[in-house]
Write a protein of this length. Sequence first.
Length: 555
Amino acid sequence: MIRLHFFKTNFMETYLQGIIRQALIEIGVEENQIPPVKIEKPRDPSHGDAATNVAMLLAKTLKKNPRSIAEQIVSKIQPDSGKVKAAEIAGPGFINFRYADYFIYSELNTILDKGGDYGKSVENKGQKCLLEFVSANPTGPLTVGHGRNAVLGDTVARLLEWTGARVQREYYFNNAGRQMRMLGLSVQARYLQELGQPTEFPEGGYEGAYIGDIAKELVNEYGDALLNQEDEKVFKEKAEAVIFDDIQKTLKRMNIVMDSFFNENTLYEDGSIQKVIDVLREKGLAFDEDGAVWFKTTEFGKDQDTVLVKSTGEPTYRLPDIAYHANKLERGFDLCLDIFGADHIDTYPDVMNGIEVLGYDKNKVEVLVYQFVTLVKDGKPFKMSTRKANFVTLDELMDEVGEDVTRFFFLMRSPNTHLEFDVNQAKEAGEKNPVFYLQYAHARIKSILRKVAELEKFDAKADLTLLNHTAEISLIKKLMNFPDAVSNAAGSREPHRLITYLNELAQGFTSFYHDCRIIGEEKNLMHARILLAEATARVISNGLGILGINAPERM
RNA sequence: GCGCCCGUAGCUCAACUGGACAGAGCAACUGCCUUCUAAGCAGUAGGUUUCAGGUUCAAGUCCUGACGGGCGUACCA
């Protein structure tokens, strides 16, 4: 049997495109009149497995009605019976194809052969990607707000890896600046209070309980030896170390491991910040006014110029951002993807313009923007502010609802829409919780396979053509869509599409489970169904793996 | 004021990037556990896709304009 491993879905698509183009030429359509032949899969299974709309696209140029064009095309098509059954015309002029049985069963074999690799593609083969995400400064524990960023970033990374890319996960941070000084001062104040010194807590300081914990640690370590520190440096450094450690633990708990950490400070040390200003000045795009250095963003259509260096001599965050992105491109990545919250969106055009002026290809930089998360508890939104003690940390959230559920909920919705994280629904250990539906389907299959293994040995080969029940056929077809679902989610950077797919798959399995027994059926049929069940478990666990969620053996 | 995002079932959201009859999950109602996991299944009900125009064979999807919501619009990050 010829294996279609490396062409797979695309193989069928290019095949259909080929025979359609051939037919078009045969009926006398000029080469340059042929529109792009798009193959799509109909929503409604009764419309077949693949369809094209070329006839409708040609209606205008050929000045004929689409159905008659479709008829002409179909009359010239002689499909390979090993791949598709005859083409049909439907609706306003769609040409629908149905997969041949042989093709479907051979695809099922492919799934079983490829196993844990099924769904991987080569479309981004050789691409080097830098995915920057989280990038929270170490001023406090990761909160729910960071959670969406972290999970989205990591999952998009996994998706890109499945399409063949090499992805480096990078965390960008700044441990200098006012924020961090304030952090140090806050710890210092708590330290002094801890030792009974009358102290005023700094205005706008960090009030979270974790600050007090760090102070206590310092007391344990140093006693009162730090009473007469002139500045907050020791406190800041301690806080940074503790908090960073904490952040990494939280990430690890969420199944996220960074490949690199990039400190903003590097950009000052190696002079690249200065270089940005120099080049912008040289090109007449930076100028001095009121003691500050400005970026002439009005040149790019903004209604205001933008400050790069404040009159205090301190740069705004835009300047290092530009230098940082230049640095990324300098490192030779083909794609630099940033995960940004909606509140940061305004810096993006400045960065793009900046790096373009510096002579880099801004098409290599891409930003995935996600909207905010609202925690909902008991039907009420839970308002959070980072600086006040009033926030829910990611760890607390995971303590409450679990790691898998947390990841799933952050991924469930399109990045582009507000995410309402319903804690009550997430905590529900049962029916109301959409995560378990997927895991349950997987556990169920595994349970059956365990039972089967106790009964008898069977060889890996089986007569798959025995799988001809409606539920079986549509389950196999669903499995066949997995690679598309992966590359779709990867291409659009929208993991929720994969979740939608997996839900449909799990539904497909459950109706198979409902209609078709495995244990107790005639031996050959049982064997065939075991393979189908195995393939399904495989695809579910591959899919959940991409989402960074466990596929449990039993529940 | 200006810029970006959003508006789809009572609620939370999908809709494969312009395709065929707009779909799920909660919530509501009706059934189903001596048979491989009922964390499940089958069914009922729920819609003028905010409104008004436009583009075309075809619009929830694209363009214009209203209306409503979120975010941004700092010499804060």
